[in-house]
Design a protein around this ligand. Structure first.
Ligand code: ARG
Length: 554
């Protein structure tokens, strides 16, 4: 439709000089596009109503325009809906999974997301960041970027020392498992014991020192083994979440370079030594003080991030570097980006931080022993069970298929409820709300897709055809057309919610159309089936960009 708008603008420009703001009126009785004539009154020395009437006389309606009308000072353009239908539906059917693809400039974009730490839980907050990163990676590829998806896991440091200490001291009889829940439970136990007796921290500190120096080979091999168990457990989760990574960075791998870089920064007078610690004074930039190395020389999270960024720029040659990370780290990233700028990395200005806000649970509604830090696995199980109950209500189904569908519904509900919101806002995840088969939910979208697919299955073979569309059909067709604009908005805002909200609107319009128009057995059967098919393609594309896979039956 944008193409028609542009053509109309150029026709109007032949009559009037200046900016032509051809808007979409809120109500379609005022046409598909309307031009307000007030802005030209001064320049033409004429009243707006007169200008509108003049323009109506002078502009020759092109073939895609059904009629041009005036309403007071407005000039309203009505497009020929059959032309519109043909144009839009044809391109959907032709481009299929590529429909909506565009080029917003080619460049190498690295997107870092998920970043769960080994030896700890993968909780629902991680699900939000992982879903967001996955979706952004898909969206950015869809608009022509060369995307590298990367992870950066915290596999060293105090949390690891606590875990190893607790395991050795209290759980050594248990064989380490590649099981997220078990791994997390050891960590939770460590925290509990340390809270009960502060003296114990000394033992943890000693383990931390030994791990850092690498002198205790047995300890090192226990670290290696359990680190891998954690990573393997995460890998299963990534599969369930339809996520994958091109590259895994680890904190342990940038420690050494982090130390070196800190010393280099002192030489370059970007950093300084203060009370033994290596710091960057950023007060002049209103960013406080950033500590790189402790006074005992051990390396901090900050310095490791500088080393990581250097690798991203120099080894991977990225143009734009995106970090999808918890909102509580906002300040850290402002300090990091400023440091990269001081270091004169040309990409420093192209670092983008996407804050991921918290996911909370309505108190008392979910079972969780660790408060808001509920495990992904526990949580998912609850959703899958819930979905399975819903599916079984609808009729007999074999176990394997039941599992497939309930898994898909659970993940769709989880992802959709997170992606439909601004990443910057706290989410209160209400299971019953997110799992509803009606309303703005993942299950509703999957259901709408499956419903459309079942119409097509029932219909069997048909030939594509286009006829003059009715009002509901026009609304649906126009929404199909709006997809690519939503994709570019999501890409430039780095926020998939534009696409999430769009998916819902599209599904709603489909359901309205289906409620109003008989498809199978109607005179317009072929046209309507063609439209149903186009709808399926666009909804599927849109959900795909959210990282949500469709199912054929609910
Ligand atoms: N693993 C870190 C954490 O759990 C997040 C890493 C974010 N990425 C980064 N480049 N600092 O807090």
């Amino acid at each position: 439709m944008e193409k028609y708008r542009k053509k109309l603008v150029s026709l109007i420009k032949k009559q009037i000089d200046g900016d032509i703001d051809l808007a979409v009126p809120p109500d379609s009785t005022f046409g598909d596009y309307a031009l307000a004539c007030f802005p030209f009154a001064k320049q033409l020395k004429k009243d707006p109503v007169g200008i509108a009437n003049d323009l109506k006389e002078k502009i020759k309606a092109p073939s895609f325009v059904e009629k041009i009308e005036t309403k007071g000072p407005y000039l309203n353009f009505f497009l020929d809906k059959s032309v519109l239908a043909k144009e839009i539906i044809d391109s959907v059917l032709k481009e299929k999974e590529k429909y909506g693809q565009q080029s917003l400039g080619s460049e190498k974009v690295m997107i870092e997301f998920s970043q769960a730490n080994t030896h700890k839980a993968f909780h629902i907050g991680h699900v939000r960041g992982t879903s967001l990163g996955e979706s952004l990676a898909r969206i950015l590829s869809f608009v022509g970027k060369d995307v590298l998806r990367v992870n950066y896991q915290g596999d060293t440091g105090m949390h690891v020392a606590k875990w190893i200490w607790c395991y050795q001291k209290y759980h050594a009889k248990e064989k380490p498992k590649k099981d997220e829940a078990w791994i997390a439970s050891i960590y939770v136990d460590a925290i509990k014991r340390l809270a009960e007796n502060e003296e114990l921290q000394k033992e943890v500190d000693e383990i931390n020192r030994l791990l850092d120096s690498g002198e205790d080979k047995k300890l090192l091999s226990l670290w290696k083994e359990t680190r891998q168990d954690s990573l393997d457990a995460f890998e299963n989760i990534y599969q369930e979440l339809n996520t994958s990574f091109d590259k895994y960075f680890f904190e342990s791998k940038v420690e050494k370079r982090g130390k070196e870089i800190s010393l280099e920064l002192v030489k370059k007078k970007i950093a300084e030594i203060s009370e033994g610690a290596t710091i960057i004074d950023m007060k002049a930039h209103n960013l406080g003080v950033w500590v790189l190395l402790r006074s005992d020389g051990t390396v901090l999270y900050s310095a490791k991030d500088v080393a990581l960024a250097e690798q991203k720029f120099e080894k991977y040659k990225v143009d734009t570097s995106i970090y999808v990370v918890g909102k509580e780290q906002e300040h850290h990233f402002s300090q990091l980006f400023k440091t990269l700028e001081l270091m004169k990395f040309k990409q420093a200005k192209k670092c983008r931080y996407v804050p991921v806000s918290l996911v909370k649970l309505p108190w008392g509604k979910m079972s969780s022993r660790t408060g808001d830090n509920i495990l992904f696995s526990t949580f998912k199980e609850e959703l899958v069970d819930y979905a399975a109950e819903e599916i079984k209500k609808r009729g007999e189904i074999d176990e394997k298929e039941l599992k497939r569908r309930s898994d898909a519904i659970a993940i769709a509900s989880l992802k959709y409820s997170m992606l439909r919101q601004d990443p910057n806002k706290v989410i209160v995840f209400d299971k019953t709300e997110a799992m509803r088969f009606e309303g703005e939910t993942g299950p509703y979208l999957l259901y709408s897709y499956a419903r459309a697919r079942s119409i097509l299955r029932k219909a069997g073979k048909f030939s594509h055809s286009i006829s003059a569309p009715s009002e509901k059909e026009v609304a649906l067709i126009k929404t199909l057309d709006a997809f690519s604009e939503r994709v570019s908005k999501a890409a430039s805002d780095l926020d998939p919610s534009a696409i999430a909200n769009y998916s819902f609107r599209l599904a709603q319009q489909f359901n309205e159309f289906y409620g109003a128009c008989k498809v199978i057995g109607s005179e317009e059967q072929d046209f309507r089936l063609t439209l149903v098919e186009a709808f399926c393609i666009v909804l599927k594309n849109s959900l795909h960009l959210l990282g949500i896979e469709t199912i054929e039956k609910m």
